[in-house]
Design a protein around this ligand. Structure first.
Ligand SMILES: *Cc1c(COP(=O)(O)O)cnc(C)c1O
Length: 360
């Protein structure tokens, strides 16, 4: 068996010990005689799996007691609609900060449900930075302020937490959740799909302050009404059981590594290996402002895009896959989530240097 270094932006690499444990438990989970996939979500086995996943998530992120943790479905794109349906609470509009492709998708979807005030936009810089808070034009009557904490395509990340006063801060954290500690109490709601840094696609994590619940628009589908899901421990409908089980194993793995502070140290070290090299060369480039560079997704371009295919082929031959950039921006992108070992990043940088030496 050969495992590659998988730089996919998502669904993304999972920690190998998690996959091994899942393989061992595939046919018979803890003497139950069943795979987790075959269990009733209301049986005692799965209830225990679900409870452990939630309690580990709470412990790792330090989720305060007045927040609900929900395991839903529909992904972050689903949440782009579900958030306004639940959080408008009688307000007519919401503030959105536009830092790139995922922000734009959130804005477009929210416009179906409310007036969107784009409080700040990085469009003028072609989405290569996070607009400074001093430039934000927040509406005091907004239902919430929405940000994308890590733009997975553009490689732009917030390394600070915006202040929004009494207006709840909402963050799409799909691609940097669990990569470092977060002060959850600064947010009204955090959401993200599992498939970047948590587990397999299918589960969507929502962490929401409980005073924001219970005022969903009447048209909100019941399965997407946070209050109904919270009252039913995320089992108003059948949850993504297997994804939640794997997420729980990933949380255990993170805890065994030393928790989110240890993850941050590891992630900073990995990202620095690539950015430090990018800063020494003109053969490759990354357009993002230094202070806003993503620790999770590193987009880069070759000086001559005619070399892109040769670069990707050579990477593949060396066991490094999924480096092609998003179709909307081209170039390359190395996604280096928690599960990417430092060896993978070292191999990539060594290959980038080798390729520059032979093609530069
Ligand atoms: C991947 C991603 C999404 C899309 O998530 P889906 O699970 O496909 O809905 C949204 N936002 C961000 C920041 C992402 O990285």
């Amino acid at each position: 068996m050969t495992r590659v270094f998988n730089f996919s932006a998502g669904p993304a690499a999972l920690p190998e010990p998690v996959l091994r444990q899942a393989a061992e438990e595939m046919l018979d989970w803890h003497g139950s005689g069943m795979s987790v996939m075959e269990m009733s979500h209301r049986g005692k086995e799965f209830i225990a799996i679900h409870a452990e996943a939630e309690s580990l998530l709470r412990e790792l992120l330090g989720v305060p007691v007045n927040y609900k943790v929900l395991f839903l479905q529909g992904g972050a794109i689903g949440e782009n609609a579900i958030v306004p349906m639940n959080l408008l609470r009688g307000h007519t509009g919401a503030d959105y900060v536009n830092t790139g492709e995922w922000s734009k998708k959130s804005i477009k979807e929210a416009k179906k449900y409310c007036a969107v005030n784009v409080a700040a936009s990085a469009e003028a810089s072609n989405f290569t930075c996070v607009p400074k808070q001093s430039e934000w034009k927040l509406d005091p009557n907004a239902a919430y302020v929405h940000i994308c904490s890590n733009e997975t395509i553009g490689g732009v990340e917030y390394h600070w937490t915006p202040g929004t006063g009494d207006v709840p801060l909402v963050a799409d954290m799909s691609s940097n959740i669990m990569s470092r500690p977060v002060d959850v109490s600064r947010y009204g709601l955090i959401y993200g799909g599992a498939q970047k840094n948590i587990g397999p696609a299918g589960a969507t994590i929502v962490i929401v302050r409980d005073d924001l619940l219970g005022k969903a628009l009447p048209i909100t589908p019941s399965a997407f009404d946070y209050k109904q899901q919270a009252d039913n421990d995320s089992m108003f409908n059948t949850p993504a059981t297997y994804s939640i089980y794997i997420a729980g194993l990933v949380f255990r793995w993170i805890k065994a590594q030393g928790g989110l502070s240890a993850m941050e140290v590891h992630n900073r070290m990995k990202a620095a290996l690539i950015y430090d090299y990018l800063d020494t060369t003109t053969f490759y480039s990354n357009p993002v402002a230094r202070e806003d560079r993503s620790l999770m997704n590193v987009p880069f371009k070759l000086k001559d895009e005619a070399l892109d295919d040769a670069f990707l082929k050579g990477a593949q031959a060396r066991g490094m896959v999924q480096l092609k950039g998003h179709r909307s921006v081209g170039g390359m992108r190395a996604s280096i989530y928690n599960a990417m070992p430092v060896e993978g990043v070292k191999a990539l940088v060594a290959y980038m240097k080798e390729f520059e030496a032979s093609h530069g």
